[in-house]
Ligand binder design. Structure first.
Ligand SMILES: Cc1ncc(COP(=O)(O)O)c(C=O)c1O
Length: 429
Protein backbone atom coordinates (compact mmCIF):
# COMPACT_ATOMS: atom_id res chain seq x y z
CA UNK A 1 0.00 0.00 0.00
CA UNK A 2 1.56 3.30 -1.14
CA UNK A 3 -0.63 5.47 1.12
CA UNK A 4 0.36 7.46 4.18
CA UNK A 5 -0.71 10.62 6.00
CA UNK A 6 1.43 13.71 6.50
CA UNK A 7 1.93 15.49 9.84
CA UNK A 8 -1.42 17.28 9.45
CA UNK A 9 -3.20 14.03 8.63
CA UNK A 10 -3.63 14.76 4.92
CA UNK A 11 -3.50 11.78 2.59
CA UNK A 12 -0.31 11.15 0.60
CA UNK A 13 0.06 8.64 -2.23
CA UNK A 14 3.54 7.55 -3.20
CA UNK A 15 4.93 10.68 -1.52
CA UNK A 16 2.57 13.12 -3.32
CA UNK A 17 -0.02 14.95 -1.19
CA UNK A 18 -3.42 14.20 -2.71
CA UNK A 19 -4.98 17.55 -1.75
CA UNK A 20 -2.48 19.26 -4.07
CA UNK A 21 -3.31 16.85 -6.86
CA UNK A 22 -7.01 17.55 -6.45
CA UNK A 23 -6.40 21.32 -6.55
CA UNK A 24 -4.40 20.90 -9.73
CA UNK A 25 -6.50 18.45 -11.74
CA UNK A 26 -9.91 18.48 -10.09
CA UNK A 27 -12.16 15.50 -9.48
CA UNK A 28 -13.03 12.76 -10.08
CA UNK A 29 -9.45 11.63 -10.73
CA UNK A 30 -7.57 8.40 -10.51
CA UNK A 31 -4.11 8.84 -9.01
CA UNK A 32 -1.52 6.07 -9.38
CA UNK A 33 1.80 5.51 -7.66
CA UNK A 34 4.13 4.08 -10.30
CA UNK A 35 6.81 3.21 -7.72
CA UNK A 36 4.28 1.08 -5.85
CA UNK A 37 3.41 -0.76 -9.07
CA UNK A 38 7.04 -1.49 -9.93
CA UNK A 39 7.82 -2.54 -6.34
CA UNK A 40 4.95 -5.04 -6.54
CA UNK A 41 6.27 -6.43 -9.80
CA UNK A 42 9.81 -6.77 -8.41
CA UNK A 43 8.52 -8.68 -5.37
CA UNK A 44 6.58 -11.01 -7.67
CA UNK A 45 9.53 -11.63 -9.97
CA UNK A 46 11.75 -12.40 -6.94
CA UNK A 47 9.44 -15.29 -6.07
CA UNK A 48 10.63 -17.15 -9.18
CA UNK A 49 14.17 -17.35 -7.71
CA UNK A 50 15.67 -17.04 -11.19
CA UNK A 51 13.65 -19.94 -12.63
CA UNK A 52 12.39 -19.45 -16.20
CA UNK A 53 9.19 -17.43 -16.09
CA UNK A 54 7.07 -14.72 -17.67
CA UNK A 55 5.01 -12.22 -15.70
CA UNK A 56 2.42 -11.35 -18.36
CA UNK A 57 0.67 -8.32 -16.86
CA UNK A 58 -3.09 -8.48 -17.53
CA UNK A 59 -3.56 -5.16 -19.31
CA UNK A 60 -7.31 -5.22 -18.71
CA UNK A 61 -6.70 -4.34 -15.06
CA UNK A 62 -5.18 -0.96 -15.94
CA UNK A 63 -4.16 -0.12 -19.48
CA UNK A 64 -2.58 3.29 -18.78
CA UNK A 65 0.57 3.57 -20.87
CA UNK A 66 2.68 4.74 -17.92
CA UNK A 67 1.82 1.57 -16.03
CA UNK A 68 2.22 -0.87 -18.93
CA UNK A 69 5.51 0.78 -19.91
CA UNK A 70 6.82 0.78 -16.32
CA UNK A 71 6.12 -2.94 -16.08
CA UNK A 72 7.57 -3.61 -19.53
CA UNK A 73 10.78 -1.84 -18.47
CA UNK A 74 11.13 -4.43 -15.69
CA UNK A 75 10.82 -7.27 -18.20
CA UNK A 76 7.14 -7.99 -17.74
CA UNK A 77 5.14 -9.17 -20.70
CA UNK A 78 1.45 -8.64 -21.31
CA UNK A 79 -1.72 -10.69 -21.25
CA UNK A 80 -4.13 -9.00 -23.65
CA UNK A 81 -7.75 -9.72 -24.55
CA UNK A 82 -8.30 -7.53 -27.59
CA UNK A 83 -6.48 -6.13 -30.60
CA UNK A 84 -6.61 -2.72 -28.93
CA UNK A 85 -4.90 -3.99 -25.78
CA UNK A 86 -2.33 -5.74 -27.98
CA UNK A 87 -1.54 -2.42 -29.65
CA UNK A 88 -1.19 -0.67 -26.28
CA UNK A 89 1.19 -3.37 -25.05
CA UNK A 90 3.37 -3.15 -28.16
CA UNK A 91 3.34 0.66 -28.11
CA UNK A 92 4.50 0.54 -24.47
CA UNK A 93 7.53 -1.56 -25.31
CA UNK A 94 6.34 -5.10 -24.59
CA UNK A 95 8.15 -7.35 -27.10
CA UNK A 96 5.75 -9.50 -29.23
CA UNK A 97 7.40 -12.65 -27.82
CA UNK A 98 6.25 -11.62 -24.33
CA UNK A 99 2.59 -11.17 -25.27
CA UNK A 100 -0.05 -13.82 -24.63
CA UNK A 101 -3.53 -13.28 -25.97
CA UNK A 102 -6.54 -14.74 -24.13
CA UNK A 103 -10.22 -14.34 -24.94
CA UNK A 104 -13.06 -16.59 -26.03
CA UNK A 105 -14.00 -14.81 -29.25
CA UNK A 106 -11.09 -13.09 -30.92
CA UNK A 107 -12.08 -11.67 -34.31
CA UNK A 108 -10.23 -12.59 -37.49
CA UNK A 109 -8.86 -9.08 -37.61
CA UNK A 110 -7.53 -9.40 -34.05
CA UNK A 111 -5.95 -12.78 -34.81
CA UNK A 112 -4.34 -11.30 -37.91
CA UNK A 113 -2.85 -8.50 -35.82
CA UNK A 114 -1.46 -11.02 -33.32
CA UNK A 115 0.06 -13.17 -36.07
CA UNK A 116 1.55 -10.21 -37.92
CA UNK A 117 3.66 -8.92 -35.00
CA UNK A 118 7.42 -9.23 -35.07
CA UNK A 119 9.18 -12.12 -36.82
CA UNK A 120 6.96 -14.89 -35.48
CA UNK A 121 3.75 -13.31 -34.21
CA UNK A 122 3.06 -12.94 -30.49
CA UNK A 123 4.37 -15.40 -27.88
CA UNK A 124 1.11 -17.32 -27.64
CA UNK A 125 -2.42 -17.09 -28.93
CA UNK A 126 -4.24 -18.85 -26.09
CA UNK A 127 -7.05 -20.81 -27.74
CA UNK A 128 -10.18 -21.35 -25.67
CA UNK A 129 -12.13 -23.91 -27.74
CA UNK A 130 -11.74 -26.62 -30.36
CA UNK A 131 -13.50 -24.26 -32.75
CA UNK A 132 -10.90 -21.59 -32.14
CA UNK A 133 -8.07 -23.99 -32.98
CA UNK A 134 -9.50 -24.24 -36.50
CA UNK A 135 -9.90 -20.46 -36.78
CA UNK A 136 -6.35 -19.72 -35.64
CA UNK A 137 -5.04 -22.34 -38.05
CA UNK A 138 -6.96 -20.73 -40.92
CA UNK A 139 -5.63 -17.26 -40.11
CA UNK A 140 -2.07 -18.57 -39.76
CA UNK A 141 -2.35 -20.34 -43.12
CA UNK A 142 -3.67 -17.15 -44.73
CA UNK A 143 -0.78 -15.18 -43.21
CA UNK A 144 1.77 -17.79 -44.28
CA UNK A 145 2.92 -18.05 -40.67
CA UNK A 146 3.18 -20.65 -37.96
CA UNK A 147 1.17 -19.44 -34.97
CA UNK A 148 2.49 -20.13 -31.51
CA UNK A 149 -0.43 -21.44 -29.52
CA UNK A 150 -1.29 -22.04 -25.89
CA UNK A 151 -4.29 -24.19 -25.05
CA UNK A 152 -6.30 -22.61 -22.25
CA UNK A 153 -8.10 -25.30 -20.34
CA UNK A 154 -11.19 -24.91 -18.21
CA UNK A 155 -10.10 -26.71 -15.04
CA UNK A 156 -13.72 -27.29 -14.08
CA UNK A 157 -13.28 -26.68 -10.38
CA UNK A 158 -15.92 -25.69 -7.85
CA UNK A 159 -15.45 -21.97 -7.24
CA UNK A 160 -18.77 -21.21 -5.54
CA UNK A 161 -17.08 -20.27 -2.27
CA UNK A 162 -13.80 -19.05 -3.71
CA UNK A 163 -14.68 -15.76 -5.40
CA UNK A 164 -17.57 -13.71 -6.79
CA UNK A 165 -19.57 -15.53 -9.48
CA UNK A 166 -18.92 -12.76 -12.02
CA UNK A 167 -15.16 -13.23 -11.85
CA UNK A 168 -15.04 -17.04 -11.61
CA UNK A 169 -13.96 -18.45 -14.97
CA UNK A 170 -12.75 -22.01 -14.34
CA UNK A 171 -15.97 -23.84 -13.53
CA UNK A 172 -18.33 -25.99 -15.60
CA UNK A 173 -20.75 -23.25 -16.66
CA UNK A 174 -18.07 -20.75 -17.66
CA UNK A 175 -17.58 -19.85 -21.32
CA UNK A 176 -13.83 -19.78 -20.81
CA UNK A 177 -11.25 -22.39 -21.76
CA UNK A 178 -11.33 -25.76 -23.49
CA UNK A 179 -13.53 -28.14 -21.48
CA UNK A 180 -11.47 -30.82 -19.75
CA UNK A 181 -12.87 -33.63 -21.89
CA UNK A 182 -11.79 -31.80 -25.09
CA UNK A 183 -8.28 -30.85 -24.04
CA UNK A 184 -6.53 -33.93 -25.50
CA UNK A 185 -8.33 -33.40 -28.82
CA UNK A 186 -7.39 -29.71 -28.87
CA UNK A 187 -3.76 -30.60 -28.24
CA UNK A 188 -3.79 -33.26 -30.96
CA UNK A 189 -5.30 -30.81 -33.47
CA UNK A 190 -2.73 -28.13 -32.71
CA UNK A 191 0.12 -30.63 -32.94
CA UNK A 192 -1.21 -32.07 -36.20
CA UNK A 193 -1.20 -28.70 -37.96
CA UNK A 194 1.82 -27.43 -39.85
CA UNK A 195 0.55 -23.89 -39.23
CA UNK A 196 0.41 -24.20 -35.46
CA UNK A 197 3.04 -24.79 -32.82
CA UNK A 198 1.94 -25.84 -29.33
CA UNK A 199 4.08 -23.80 -26.95
CA UNK A 200 2.01 -23.63 -23.77
CA UNK A 201 -0.79 -25.04 -21.66
CA UNK A 202 -2.69 -22.49 -19.64
CA UNK A 203 -5.48 -21.96 -17.11
CA UNK A 204 -6.99 -18.92 -15.43
CA UNK A 205 -9.67 -19.94 -12.96
CA UNK A 206 -10.82 -16.51 -11.82
CA UNK A 207 -9.91 -13.33 -10.06
CA UNK A 208 -9.56 -12.13 -6.48
CA UNK A 209 -8.69 -15.46 -4.84
CA UNK A 210 -8.00 -14.64 -1.20
CA UNK A 211 -6.85 -18.16 -0.36
CA UNK A 212 -4.33 -20.39 -2.06
CA UNK A 213 -6.47 -23.54 -2.10
CA UNK A 214 -8.93 -22.80 -4.97
CA UNK A 215 -6.14 -21.35 -7.09
CA UNK A 216 -4.04 -24.45 -6.47
CA UNK A 217 -6.99 -26.74 -7.25
CA UNK A 218 -7.15 -25.21 -10.73
CA UNK A 219 -3.38 -25.21 -11.16
CA UNK A 220 -3.27 -28.86 -10.08
CA UNK A 221 -5.81 -29.80 -12.77
CA UNK A 222 -3.71 -28.03 -15.41
CA UNK A 223 -0.45 -29.60 -14.29
CA UNK A 224 -1.94 -33.08 -14.02
CA UNK A 225 -3.34 -32.84 -17.55
CA UNK A 226 0.02 -31.70 -18.90
CA UNK A 227 1.85 -34.46 -17.06
CA UNK A 228 -0.55 -37.08 -18.45
CA UNK A 229 -0.44 -35.69 -21.98
CA UNK A 230 3.35 -35.80 -21.90
CA UNK A 231 3.31 -39.35 -20.58
CA UNK A 232 1.15 -40.21 -23.59
CA UNK A 233 3.71 -38.70 -25.97
CA UNK A 234 2.00 -35.32 -26.43
CA UNK A 235 3.18 -31.77 -25.65
CA UNK A 236 6.79 -32.61 -26.56
CA UNK A 237 7.68 -29.10 -27.75
CA UNK A 238 5.96 -27.31 -24.88
CA UNK A 239 7.94 -24.43 -23.41
CA UNK A 240 5.62 -23.16 -20.67
CA UNK A 241 2.71 -23.78 -18.39
CA UNK A 242 0.64 -20.73 -17.44
CA UNK A 243 -1.30 -20.61 -14.19
CA UNK A 244 -3.09 -17.34 -15.02
CA UNK A 245 -3.76 -14.43 -12.74
CA UNK A 246 -6.21 -14.24 -9.90
CA UNK A 247 -3.94 -13.31 -6.98
CA UNK A 248 -6.28 -11.61 -4.55
CA UNK A 249 -5.68 -8.28 -2.88
CA UNK A 250 -6.58 -6.96 0.53
CA UNK A 251 -9.45 -4.50 0.12
CA UNK A 252 -9.30 -3.79 3.84
CA UNK A 253 -11.91 -6.16 5.18
CA UNK A 254 -9.53 -7.47 7.82
CA UNK A 255 -8.86 -10.78 6.14
CA UNK A 256 -5.22 -11.85 5.66
CA UNK A 257 -4.59 -12.40 1.94
CA UNK A 258 -1.56 -14.36 0.70
CA UNK A 259 0.92 -12.18 -1.19
CA UNK A 260 1.34 -12.58 -4.96
CA UNK A 261 4.74 -14.12 -4.19
CA UNK A 262 2.97 -16.74 -2.00
CA UNK A 263 0.77 -17.69 -4.99
CA UNK A 264 3.80 -18.00 -7.24
CA UNK A 265 5.81 -20.05 -4.75
CA UNK A 266 2.85 -22.39 -4.24
CA UNK A 267 2.39 -22.81 -8.00
CA UNK A 268 6.10 -23.55 -8.39
CA UNK A 269 5.92 -26.25 -5.74
CA UNK A 270 3.01 -27.87 -7.60
CA UNK A 271 4.90 -27.58 -10.87
CA UNK A 272 7.82 -29.51 -9.37
CA UNK A 273 5.49 -32.05 -7.77
CA UNK A 274 3.96 -32.83 -11.17
CA UNK A 275 7.39 -33.21 -12.78
CA UNK A 276 7.08 -30.09 -14.92
CA UNK A 277 10.13 -28.26 -13.57
CA UNK A 278 11.72 -28.16 -17.04
CA UNK A 279 9.02 -25.76 -18.29
CA UNK A 280 8.85 -22.00 -17.79
CA UNK A 281 6.04 -20.84 -15.52
CA UNK A 282 3.91 -18.00 -16.84
CA UNK A 283 1.57 -15.98 -14.64
CA UNK A 284 -0.92 -13.30 -15.71
CA UNK A 285 -1.47 -11.02 -12.73
CA UNK A 286 -3.49 -7.85 -13.16
CA UNK A 287 -5.14 -6.75 -9.93
CA UNK A 288 -2.26 -7.77 -7.65
CA UNK A 289 0.20 -5.45 -9.38
CA UNK A 290 -1.93 -2.31 -9.51
CA UNK A 291 -5.00 -2.30 -7.24
CA UNK A 292 -3.33 -1.01 -4.09
CA UNK A 293 -1.40 1.67 -5.94
CA UNK A 294 -4.33 3.67 -7.24
CA UNK A 295 -7.01 5.78 -5.59
CA UNK A 296 -10.06 7.51 -6.98
CA UNK A 297 -10.39 10.97 -5.47
CA UNK A 298 -13.75 12.66 -5.43
CA UNK A 299 -15.23 15.86 -4.11
CA UNK A 300 -18.29 15.89 -1.89
CA UNK A 301 -21.04 17.62 -3.86
CA UNK A 302 -23.57 17.73 -1.03
CA UNK A 303 -24.92 15.82 1.92
CA UNK A 304 -28.47 14.65 2.41
CA UNK A 305 -29.69 13.84 5.88
CA UNK A 306 -32.91 11.95 6.41
CA UNK A 307 -34.31 9.88 9.24
CA UNK A 308 -33.09 6.65 7.67
CA UNK A 309 -29.63 7.64 6.55
CA UNK A 310 -27.00 10.27 6.06
CA UNK A 311 -25.82 10.33 2.47
CA UNK A 312 -22.51 11.75 1.39
CA UNK A 313 -22.95 12.53 -2.31
CA UNK A 314 -19.69 12.61 -4.21
CA UNK A 315 -18.76 13.50 -7.78
CA UNK A 316 -17.47 10.00 -8.61
CA UNK A 317 -20.03 7.39 -9.52
CA UNK A 318 -20.48 3.85 -10.65
CA UNK A 319 -19.53 4.94 -14.15
CA UNK A 320 -16.06 5.79 -12.79
CA UNK A 321 -15.67 2.74 -10.54
CA UNK A 322 -18.19 0.01 -11.26
CA UNK A 323 -16.82 -2.72 -8.99
CA UNK A 324 -19.21 -2.05 -6.09
CA UNK A 325 -22.24 -2.08 -8.40
CA UNK A 326 -21.08 -5.03 -10.49
CA UNK A 327 -19.47 -7.32 -7.93
CA UNK A 328 -20.78 -5.96 -4.62
CA UNK A 329 -17.17 -5.02 -4.00
CA UNK A 330 -16.31 -2.83 -1.03
CA UNK A 331 -13.59 -0.20 -1.24
CA UNK A 332 -12.53 1.82 1.77
CA UNK A 333 -13.52 5.50 1.56
CA UNK A 334 -11.44 7.94 3.64
CA UNK A 335 -11.26 11.71 4.01
CA UNK A 336 -8.54 13.41 2.01
CA UNK A 337 -7.62 16.14 4.44
CA UNK A 338 -7.43 14.41 7.81
CA UNK A 339 -7.50 11.00 9.43
CA UNK A 340 -10.81 9.41 10.44
CA UNK A 341 -11.50 10.78 13.96
CA UNK A 342 -12.56 8.64 16.91
CA UNK A 343 -16.02 10.19 16.88
CA UNK A 344 -16.61 9.44 13.19
CA UNK A 345 -20.15 8.57 12.18
CA UNK A 346 -21.55 6.30 9.46
CA UNK A 347 -22.17 7.98 6.11
CA UNK A 348 -23.63 6.23 3.10
CA UNK A 349 -21.32 7.27 0.27
CA UNK A 350 -23.12 7.49 -3.08
CA UNK A 351 -22.45 8.92 -6.53
CA UNK A 352 -24.56 11.11 -8.80
CA UNK A 353 -25.60 8.39 -11.28
CA UNK A 354 -29.31 7.61 -11.59
CA UNK A 355 -29.07 4.01 -10.37
CA UNK A 356 -29.61 2.75 -6.85
CA UNK A 357 -26.51 0.59 -7.31
CA UNK A 358 -24.43 3.78 -7.55
CA UNK A 359 -23.49 3.23 -3.94
CA UNK A 360 -20.03 2.83 -2.39
CA UNK A 361 -21.44 1.57 0.91
CA UNK A 362 -21.46 2.85 4.46
CA UNK A 363 -18.24 4.30 5.85
CA UNK A 364 -17.15 5.90 9.10
CA UNK A 365 -16.31 9.53 8.30
CA UNK A 366 -16.20 12.80 10.25
CA UNK A 367 -19.57 14.17 11.35
CA UNK A 368 -18.68 17.42 9.58
CA UNK A 369 -18.61 16.11 6.02
CA UNK A 370 -15.14 16.21 4.44
CA UNK A 371 -14.64 18.29 1.29
CA UNK A 372 -13.07 15.41 -0.59
CA UNK A 373 -12.57 11.70 -0.16
CA UNK A 374 -10.35 8.99 -1.58
CA UNK A 375 -11.71 5.61 -2.62
CA UNK A 376 -8.85 3.23 -1.93
CA UNK A 377 -7.42 0.26 -3.83
CA UNK A 378 -8.92 1.52 -7.07
CA UNK A 379 -5.89 0.96 -9.30
CA UNK A 380 -7.30 -2.20 -10.91
CA UNK A 381 -10.52 -2.55 -12.90
CA UNK A 382 -11.32 1.11 -12.20
CA UNK A 383 -10.60 3.39 -15.12
CA UNK A 384 -10.60 0.48 -17.58
CA UNK A 385 -14.22 -0.33 -16.73
CA UNK A 386 -15.41 3.29 -16.68
CA UNK A 387 -18.33 4.29 -18.90
CA UNK A 388 -20.01 7.48 -20.07
CA UNK A 389 -23.45 6.53 -18.72
CA UNK A 390 -25.59 9.52 -17.74
CA UNK A 391 -23.45 11.78 -19.93
CA UNK A 392 -20.54 11.45 -17.56
CA UNK A 393 -16.96 11.72 -18.71
CA UNK A 394 -13.87 9.61 -18.29
CA UNK A 395 -12.17 10.65 -15.02
CA UNK A 396 -8.75 12.29 -15.11
CA UNK A 397 -5.64 10.19 -14.45
CA UNK A 398 -2.54 11.33 -12.58
CA UNK A 399 0.74 9.44 -12.32
CA UNK A 400 3.09 9.86 -9.38
CA UNK A 401 6.70 8.77 -9.24
CA UNK A 402 9.37 9.62 -6.69
CA UNK A 403 6.84 11.68 -4.72
CA UNK A 404 6.05 13.94 -7.71
CA UNK A 405 3.31 14.13 -10.29
CA UNK A 406 5.01 12.99 -13.50
CA UNK A 407 2.05 12.75 -15.85
CA UNK A 408 -1.62 13.62 -16.26
CA UNK A 409 -4.45 12.67 -18.56
CA UNK A 410 -7.26 15.23 -18.69
CA UNK A 411 -10.84 14.36 -17.84
CA UNK A 412 -13.07 13.62 -20.85
CA UNK A 413 -14.74 16.64 -22.36
CA UNK A 414 -18.40 17.37 -21.65
CA UNK A 415 -18.65 19.53 -24.77
CA UNK A 416 -17.25 16.71 -26.88
CA UNK A 417 -19.80 14.29 -25.48
CA UNK A 418 -22.67 16.72 -26.03
CA UNK A 419 -21.61 17.38 -29.63
CA UNK A 420 -21.16 13.68 -30.36
CA UNK A 421 -24.48 12.56 -28.87
CA UNK A 422 -26.48 15.47 -30.25
CA UNK A 423 -25.12 14.70 -33.71
CA UNK A 424 -25.68 10.91 -33.45
CA UNK A 425 -28.06 9.90 -36.22
CA UNK A 426 -29.38 13.44 -36.62
CA UNK A 427 -28.89 13.25 -40.38
CA UNK A 428 -31.51 10.48 -40.48
CA UNK A 429 -34.33 12.86 -39.65
C1 LIG B 1 -7.11 -14.83 -18.88
C2 LIG B 1 -6.91 -13.88 -17.76
N1 LIG B 1 -5.68 -13.74 -17.26
C3 LIG B 1 -5.43 -12.89 -16.25
C4 LIG B 1 -6.43 -12.14 -15.68
C5 LIG B 1 -6.07 -11.20 -14.58
O1 LIG B 1 -6.68 -11.54 -13.39
P1 LIG B 1 -6.29 -10.78 -12.04
O2 LIG B 1 -6.47 -9.33 -12.28
O3 LIG B 1 -7.23 -11.31 -11.06
O4 LIG B 1 -4.89 -11.13 -11.74
C6 LIG B 1 -7.73 -12.27 -16.15
C7 LIG B 1 -8.83 -11.50 -15.53
O5 LIG B 1 -9.95 -11.52 -15.89
C8 LIG B 1 -7.98 -13.16 -17.23
O6 LIG B 1 -9.21 -13.31 -17.74
Amino acid sequence: MSLSRDAKGALVLGGAPLCGVVREVGTPSYVYDLDGVTDSARALVAAFDGAPHLVAYAVKANSAGAIVAALASLGCGADVVSGAELQVALACGVPPDAVVYSGVAKTDDELDQALACGDRGIGAVQVESLEEVARVEARARAAGRRARVGVRINPSVDLAEATHAHIATGHDEAKFGVPRQDVARAVERVEASSHLELVGMTAHAGSQFVELAPYLDAVGVLFELVRDLRAGGRCRALSFVDSGGGFGVDYGDGRAVPSPADFVRAARREQQAFGLGDLALHVEPGRALVAAHGVLVARVIQVKVATEARWLMIDAGMNDLVRPALYQARHRVVPLDGAVPDDAIPWRVVGPVCESSDDFGEHLLPAKAPEAVAILDAGAYGYTMASRYNGRQAPAEVFVRGGRVVGKVARGSVDGWVRERAAAGRGLL
